[in-house]
Design a binder for this molecule. Structure first.
Ligand code: MG
Length: 370
């Protein structure tokens, strides 16, 4: 017996507060739609996929599903869930159909197989999980009664014989509203059968349900102190008898920050992007280069959460400049000054830095998926 899985993806994601379909947001490099579909694509008992889409997303979803290893049909959803499912059922030809909410990416193969087996044995299979909390029935703000025994949360997949669910949907009268397919089946065919669900098979609804991938990065830099050069740190000129030697303005703090940002996303280092033999970067402001790095970060879909850096310098004394430096960098990076932490230290006269021959900086950053 062949099985088609319908995955609903025709929503807009407005409740999640995204400006586009929440299932087209990415997690670990793939969309949530792919994460959900991959479970069905990996299950031997599934033969075909039908995915519902809004007109807006049709092109993007068709592109995504072009690489799927099972025959996948993308169809236009309707204005309501009922209409979308009707359209999807029209595109099915197999004996059994599983209807699954695309916003449940944590479905497992075990749940899918149990649903199919339930259809074969009882005619339907509805993934359900027992209530963990007690349910209160309310009237006028008062609890009339509480229940937990024999109470379940209804999830998806929900499986049926195609001919049964098509018939049930054909019986829906105007004005009748169903929140799921088990309701339609139970009303027009017979009471639907409970199959395996899981508390982990949760539905992603609100922005807080979605993963915010965070990545840390680290960068280090050192430049020699020489005569007749300006000392620039974080884009601020610091009065001193010497300055840092380099191809650009040699802003050692900004360089370490740029390397931290690039490293967090494995984009190489500043030497790769701004070669120190390239005349276009001669004496260039490192703040200009930082803006270019920030564009790369944004293009990867990340924003900066915070930066923490330590400047190692024997002289000059930098503590009176750190606020000014933080404020300047925070403005460029578009974070609060409190998220741009800078500390300074001498190296107790030890080594290159201690002998006032160089200034070094270590920087860390935290990035978050936008
Ligand atoms: Mg450097």
């Amino acid at each position: 017996m062949k099985v088609t899985a319908i995955i609903t993806c025709a929503g807009k994601g407005t409740r999640a507060g995204f400006d586009k379909n929440k299932l087209l947001q990415k997690t670990d490099g793939i969309t949530y739609l792919e994460k959900t579909a991959n479970v069905f694509l990996g299950c031997e008992l599934i033969d075909n996929l039908v995915i519902t889409s809004s007109a807006n997303d049709l092109e993007e979803i068709s592109k995504i599903t072009a690489n799927f290893n099972k025959k996948t049909t993308v169809i236009l959803g309707g204005d309501t869930r009922t209409e979308s499912i009707k359209n999807a059922l029209n595109a099915c030809n197999d004996d059994i159909v599983l209807i699954h909410d695309g916003a449940r990416p944590f479905v497992t193969e075990e749940i899918i197989i149990d649903c199919i087996n339930s259809v074969k044995k009882y005619g339907s299979g509805i993934a359900c999980t027992p209530l963990a909390d007690t349910l209160a029935v309310e009237q006028n703000g008062e609890i009339v009664c509480t229940e937990r025994e024999n109470r379940y949360l209804v999830q998806t997949p929900q499986g049926f014989y195609l001919k049964d669910i098509v018939f049930a949907y054909s019986q829906i009268k105007e004005g009748e509203a169903f929140t799921d397919d088990s309701g339609v089946y139970s009303k027009y065919i017979k009471p639907a059968k409970i199959s395996l669900g899981s508390p982990d098979n949760k539905k992603l609804t609100y922005a807080s349900d979605f993963n915010k991938t965070q990545l840390v990065g680290t960068g280090f830099d050192l430049h020699r102190l020489v005569e007749d050069r300006k000392l620039i740190l974080g884009g601020i000129e610091i009065p001193h008898t010497k300055g840092l030697l380099g191809h650009s303005d040699a802003d050692v703090l900004t360089h370490a920050i740029m390397d931290a940002l690039l490293s967090a996303l494995s984009l190489g280092d500043i030497g790769k992007h701004f070669k120190d033999t390239d005349p276009q970067w001669k004496d260039i402001s490192s703040i200009y280069l930082l803006k270019k790095v920030l564009e790369m970060i944004q293009n990867e879909g990340y924003k900066v959460v915070n930066i923490s850096a330590v400047i190692m310098a024997q002289k000059p004394k930098l503590s009176t400049f750190t606020d000014k430096i933080s404020t300047n960098l925070a403005q460029v990076i578009h974070i609060e000054p409190k998220r741009m932490g800078i500390t300074c230290t001498t190296l107790e006269g030890v080594g290159l830095v201690g002998r006032e021959e160089a200034i070094a900086t270590q920087a860390y950053c935290l990035l978050e998926k936008i």
